[in-house]
Design a protein around this ligand. Structure first.
Ligand code: NAP
Length: 428
């Protein structure tokens, strides 16, 4: 079998994603954790032609790329071919395929008809796992489809200090606890399967994924939001070669280097503080003259000796050469003055965009693309609920996401009881 090497660091959700893709395929790999090992760090840069991010994956000595590249191989079926997994799968018993039948089309659904799932939850962040926990404890036997990432934005952070009852140093631990608790009560998890299409015009609702087609009486959407990009020249060109969206993953590549952090919210400040462990100096570029971040974080950063602030400014271009990023072009939004600021890294934390692409035309979204829900997490389609960052641009906290996930599951249970003409909470 081909030999697989995965280079990782300690706090890297994308590394976990890469490892899980390999594990889900039964592929064994050697993990090489480069944390605090300068030789290994330099080795990655040399072997990858200057990449300054993890994970980096090699198969039989050939550089495959990062987690996104590995996911693309998995989705296209190339990974199966590389490891001869197709032949192995052919010998395994065929998976149970859940298909609707003519007699179970609406309006009457049997709560106990196993061909149709009660609840399908899409997304594996705090909202998704809380919804799964509540639905599982209501005996609804929920299915949770994780998508390509587990943990969502929480797992890209290090410390979680504002989730009641949890004061861990590693946010990934919180997600692991949530996951195992949901599974303990009977949630079926489809790991790293990605929903490609939904049909909410029919009931039971149809959910198509890379791996299968599922039908459900109710759906809870918890797909969260993804980091916003600057969309400026040089950003795509130098991604992984100085441009990063994850300080906890890639910070170690910038030891004793000068870096720029873009943004003024909690994420930018928190990640900038994390970077103080490695970088020689951090210039935080913000488009206004005061931070959006909360006061605790502001207090920590405003007097930090390694952090300097470039106020009222935006990054208009990221410049570099074959070695990677070497400067950014800044523009002062008040004076229009342009300057070239030398730097070796650009960390971008300028907010998020909701992951709602596949729901367009199926449910009502607001002008920014967030799912519109009422106070009971109901969307414009009865039986479809949404929770967490995909429908919330105000709070966006792990705790509020988890709360809305729990509420969505309670409402889903109520909805199923209603269409089955049972009294809520029903005979289960
Ligand atoms: P955010 O609060 O939306 O902040 C985004 C920042 O990026 C803002 O400062 C914004 O500037 C700036 N920005 C937006 N578009 C820009 C552009 N095109 N160019 C330059 N700058 C741009 O996003 P976030 O910091 O990722 O936080 C998201 C949510 O998660 C928030 O609710 C936050 O409280 C929460 N969070 C909490 C914690 C914690 O509690 N420890 C940690 C991380 C995140 P303006 O200020 O001018 O709008």
């Amino acid at each position: 079998m081909a030999r697989v090497k995965v280079y990782t660091t300690d706090f890297c959700p994308y590394c976990e994603k890469a490892k899980s893709i390999l594990s889900s395929k039964g592929v064994e790999y050697d993990e090489i954790n480069i944390q605090d090992d300068e030789k290994l760090r330099d080795e990655i840069e040399r072997l990858t032609g200057g990449r300054r991010d993890v994970p980096q994956i090699f198969i039989d000595g050939e550089h495959i790329g990062d987690d996104d590249a590995l996911e693309a191989l998995a989705v296209s079926g190339e990974l199966d071919k590389m490891f001869n997994l197709e032949a192995q799968e052919a010998t395994l018993p065929a998976p149970e395929i859940i298909l609707p039948t003519a007699e179970i089309t609406p309006p009457v659904l049997s709560h106990h008809d196993e061909k149709i799932r009660n609840v399908i939850i899409i997304g594996a962040g705090p909202a998704g796992f809380a919804a799964a926990l509540y639905a599982a404890r209501a005996n609804l036997h929920p299915v949770l489809i994780t998508g390509s990432e587990i943990g969502g934005q929480v797992s890209t952070t290090t410390d979680i200090e504002n989730y009641p009852g949890f004061k861990g140093e590693n946010a990934a631990e919180l997600i692991q606890i949530m996951q195992s608790q949901a599974m303990h009560f009977g949630t079926e998890i489809l790991f790293f399967d990605v929903v490609t299409e939904v049909d909410f015009a029919q009931h039971p609702f149809r959910i198509k994924t890379h791996e299968s087609e599922l039908f459900a009486k109710s759906v809870i959407i918890c797909t969260g939001a993804s980091h916003r990009k600057l969309n400026i020249p040089g950003e795509a060109e130098f991604a992984g070669k100085g441009v990063s969206y994850c300080a906890t993953c890639d910070g170690f590549f910038f030891q004793n280097r000068s870096v720029v952090v873009v943004g003024g919210g909690d994420s930018a400040v928190e990640e900038a503080l994390f970077l103080t462990r490695f970088a020689s100096e951090i210039h935080l570029v913000h488009r206004r003259d005061r931070l959006r971040a909360g006061s605790v974080l502001q207090k920590r950063i405003l007097n930090h000796e390694k952090v300097k602030f470039i106020w009222d400014s935006v990054v208009e271009e990221i410049q570099g050469d074959e070695k990677g990023v070497n400067a950014v072009r800044l523009r002062n939004v008040k004076t229009d003055e342009q300057t070239i600021h030398p730097t070796e890294g650009v960390f971008v934390f300028i907010g998020h965009i909701p992951n709602t692409e596949i729901f367009k035309g199926q449910i009502e979204l607001d002008e920014r693309g967030y799912i519109i829900t009422d106070k009971r997490q109901r969307t414009s389609v009865p039986g479809v609920f949404a929770a967490g960052d995909v429908q919330d641009h105000l709070f966006r906290q792990a705790i509020t996401s988890a709360g809305s996930g729990a509420a969505a599951a309670i409402e889903a249970e109520r909805y199923i009881a209603e269409i089955e003409d049972r009294a809520y909470p029903g005979r289960l």
